[in-house]
Design a protein around this ligand. Structure first.
Ligand code: HEC
Length: 122
């Protein structure tokens, strides 16, 4: 009888504590994942990647870029839209070409559709 009580007490006390601790560590992990800073390598490798990463992540992370599939003229137009509507510093000259070329080459309509990719990697 005494043994059973002890076992019950153990279950009543220890099991919920364990569950709580586990829940907390999962929450910590989720938070850490969310807050993990993006690295340049989340973008497709190629000339212009570091320019895009450096310039374009001042206001938002790269998810908006990675899920997009635009033609070169569309990307080019988007640069103006970002400047006119969202206050991005205007992109001009060779620097603009480097960025727009990169985007059109790696995030153009010919690339695999964003929704066909693993959502957990987006
Ligand atoms: C000054 C801030 C700023 C900078 C710098 C910036 N953006 Fe944006 N961008 C925005 C805002 C604000 C939005 C709208 C976000 C929303 O709708 O949630 C946006 C939206 C977008 C979208 C989504 C457009 C759509 O209609 O789906 C893309 C793609 C994008 N940005 C790409 C870029 C690229 C590429 C660069 C670098 C050349 C860049 N952004 C730099 C502010 C900025």
């Amino acid at each position: 009888m005494r043994l059973r009580l002890t076992a019950l007490a153990w279950l009543a006390l220890f099991v919920p504590t364990l569950a709580l601790a586990q829940g907390a560590s999962q929450a910590d992990e989720a938070l850490a994942l969310q807050q993990r800073a993006e690295e340049e390598t989340v973008l497709a490798e190629g000339e212009g990647r570091s320019e895009v990463f450096g310039y374009c992540t001042a206001c938002h992370n790269t998810a908006l870029i990675r899920r997009s599939r635009f033609t070169r003229p569309q990307w080019d137009g988007l640069m103006d839209w970002m400047t006119e509507r969202h206050g991005m510093n205007p992109l001009e000259g060779e620097f603009r070409d480097t960025i727009v070329d990169y985007l059109a080459r790696h995030y153009g309509p010919a690339q695999a559709p964003a929704r066909g990719r693993n959502p957990f990697l987006n």
